[in-house]
Design a protein around this ligand. Structure first.
Ligand code: SAH
Length: 249
């Protein structure tokens, strides 16, 4: 009995790893999350048992229940795949599941996945780093806002790109704190909804307009100078000023 914690990539099946596809094809049981694309489910062994453990607001699957279920299923089967969107350990609570399995003495392997944090911007044509515009990228969750565990004001840095996952609900507060921390209210932003699916949608604006945008989950918010680029016209979009900044950078 081995449980494979598998990253499914951001959406359509052709963005998952060959190792993930091979495991799906021979799994006996697959437990999957809410954001898994139907094209990925099509790769699952046709005789495998499929268990939807997606957490929905007000739903019955708490993380503890999922951990217990994983342990119970693993005790009865040789090859169990726990399929998680994007990369299994980036805000996927994969770490907690790994610990629960380890405590129960169950072998566990982790298969990395293409994370939405980097691929959703890229699919929108936005490079998260770009010479002369952004020297790094910070990935954070906007979900902790209510408990104010993240002080977005301290993340205000015009030299870096900020990528926010689970940030739609608290987007107004996030923008407010960033501007309070010194980030220019006119900093470019982009919101990529349902990246790598047929419903992918890209909205671009500036930071002080973030709260009013008509956007919904699942979505990645990109904040920073790169957010106005799209790789087809990145140099044109920069304008002359940006171009000279680039050559100096
Ligand atoms: N482990 C996942 C992230 C899980 S948290 C990963 O590495 O991608 C769930 C959040 O991820 C969503 O609220 C959203 O912010 C983001 N997300 C996941 N899939 C997405 C997609 N296809 N398009 C846009 N955002 C996505």
């Amino acid at each position: 009995m081995t449980v494979y914690l598998v990253g499914a990539g951001p959406g359509s099946a052709d963005l998952l790893t060959l190792r993930a596809a091979a495991l799906l094809a021979r799994a006996e049981v697959v437990l999957y999350d809410r954001l898994i694309d139907p094209s990925v489910i099509e790769l699952v062994n046709p005789i495998a048992e499929l268990i939807d453990v997606g957490k929905r607001p007000g739903g019955s699957h708490t993380q503890d229940l999922i951990n217990d279920l994983l342990v119970a299923v693993a005790a009865r089967h040789e090859t169990v795949v726990r399929l998680k969107g994007g990369d299994p350990f980036l805000f996927g609570r994969g770490g907690e599941e790994y610990e629960a399995l380890a405590r129960a003495g169950i072998a566990c392997e982790v298969i990395p996945g293409v994370t939405s944090a980097l691929s959703a911007p890229l699919l929108a044509g936005i490079p998260v780093t770009h010479r002369g515009l952004s020297h790094g990228v910070t990935v954070v969750t906007g979900h902790a806002m209510a408990g104010s565990q993240i002080d977005f004001g301290r993340l205000a840095n015009a030299d870096l790109t900020l990528v926010v996952l689970m940030g739609i609900e608290h987007r107004g507060e996030i923008a407010h704190q960033l501007i309070g921390g010194g980030l220019d209210p006119k900093t470019p932003i982009a919101v990529i909804e349902q990246a790598a699916t047929e419903s992918q949608r890209i909205t671009r604006d500036v930071l002080d307009q973030l709260w009013g945008l008509d956007v919904a989950n699942p979505a990645v918010i990109v904040i920073g100078a790169v957010a106005r680029l799209s790789h087809t016209d990145s140099l044109l979009a920069l304008g002359e000023q940006g171009l000279s900044a680039l050559t100096e950078g």
